[in-house]
Design a protein around this ligand. Structure first.
Ligand code: NDP
Ligand code: MG
Length: 370
């Protein structure tokens, strides 16, 4: 039985983890869980799952003490946004394996986290479905990639084919009339508000490219975004002989969560299966003219260093402003474009520097809002 902590237990990924554990109680024991604004909800979850240690991250706390009390085998970081990064760092520093849903941790602090994972010999297991898929596809090809910590710079893959549903506006020509409720209605996934908007602008896919570059040591030319509306193929890897391996499962976070939490065991989970009786799979290239986030991605992956941190921070502020009704959907792209346009390259060396750049970008982005 794995002893786990769920950070962000009151969120969408947190909820999928709880459902997985409820259906497979003999495999996992939750020894600790956190919430931010919904502590009463967390207390009720704690009752249902007999969770001994709770953390309210919205109050003053010292996270290493919480880790110490819980003594977990692995921590699932399902916090949303940049706020998840300090926790990822402290988890790795404690030598505890990290099941990482919080992609912003890698986007903003990828170099530092991967270095920490190597020096501490502590694994980062991806939970984001595409990265879990890539990791699964790589399993039989590179033993070094299994734990994502001992890999060298030579990779057996030619290319990562990162799939993308295209979101609710894949077919839409005019973005000027997009409403909040339309943007919050994802065609294939049920997720938290921020990531659902990111899926509508394709900013989520941009974050996932940075995430994949760090996790798998891929260069910018080794990642290709492919639109796949059904969200059944969660990503693919092409090898040096041109063969391609794909990972296929229903659009549901339970499998990637289970895969990370219980790695390397592949257990008999009670999970939904793909129905092939009437299944069509489509693939196409993304439209960069329409989804301007992809043009900004090109600039960011050319520069890297502070650019992904800036992209992430500006995007978090712009998405919050959209959700609060302060700016339109199109203005998310405009704000991001202005911020990226005015960014000067800076080499990243420390966590404090990342925090400073994140904070400065937030202030600057706020100043552009009405
Ligand atoms: P949600 O918004 O549904 O949940 C976020 C969780 O984080 C909540 O438990 C919330 O607590 C907590 N939280 C919010 N702000 C803070 C903060 N400042 N400090 C500490 N905890 C905080 O998000 P999702 O579950 O959708 O996403 C979580 C992460 O997983 C994101 O990084 C997302 O990109 C990634 N992800 C999500 C997927 C999905 O299917 N949803 C798929 C792949 C990746 P409270 O509710 O109590 O305020
Ligand atoms: Mg994803």
């Amino acid at each position: 039985m794995r002893k786990i902590i769920i950070l962000g237990a009151t969120g969408s990924v947190g909820n999928s983890a709880l459902e997985l554990i409820q259906a497979n109680p003999e495999k996992f024991q939750i020894v600790g869980a956190s919430s931010h604004h919904h502590f009463t909800e967390l207390q009720s979850i704690a009752k249902d799952f007999s969770i001994p240690h709770l953390l309210n991250t919205n109050e003053k706390h010292y996270f290493p003490d919480f880790l110490d009390q819980c003594q977990p085998d692995i921590v699932l970081n399902a916090i949303s946004g940049f706020a998840g990064l300090p926790y990822s760092i402290q988890i790795l520093e404690s030598g505890t394996p990290l099941a990482l849903a919080n992609k912003e941790s890698l986007v903003a602090g990828g170099e530092l986290l991967m270095a920490l994972s190597r020096t501490k010999k502590t694994s980062i297991y991806p939970v984001d479905s595409e990265h879990s898929a890539i990791w699964q596809c790589l399993q039989n090809h590179d033993p070094g990639i299994r734990d994502l910590k001992s890999r060298d710079q030579k990779h057996p893959f030619k290319k990562i084919l990162l799939t993308c549903s295209g979101g609710p506006f894949r077919e839409r020509k005019d973005f000027s009339t997009v409403t909040k409720s339309e943007a919050l209605t994802h065609p294939t996934w049920s997720m938290g508000g921020k990531i659902t908007i990111d899926s509508a602008t394709l900013a989520n896919k941009c974050l996932e490219v940075f995430e994949a570059m760090h996790l798998f040591g891929a260069s910018k030319d080794q990642i290709e975004i492919i639109i796949h509306p059904q969200s059944i193929v969660h990503s693919m890897v092409q090898f040096s002989d041109s063969s391609i391996i794909a990972q296929i499962s229903p659009p549901n976070m339970k499998l990637p969560i289970a895969y990370a939490l219980n790695y390397p065991n592949c257990d008999d989970y009670k999970l939904e299966e793909v129905d092939f009786s009437n299944l069509t799979l489509n693939f196409s290239n993304p439209d960069k003219k329409k989804f301007r986030t992809l043009q900004m991605l090109d600039i960011c992956i050319r520069e890297m260093q502070n650019f992904p941190i800036v992209f992430n921070a500006a995007n978090e502020i712009a998405v919050s402003a959209f959700l609060e009704g302060k700016i339109s959907f199109v203005q998310i792209f405009d704000v991001l474009e202005k911020i990226i346009d005015e960014t000067k390259k800076e080499t990243i060396e420390t966590f404090e520097q990342i925090q400073r750049i994140d904070a400065q970008t937030r202030t600057k982005t706020q100043s552009l809002l009405p």
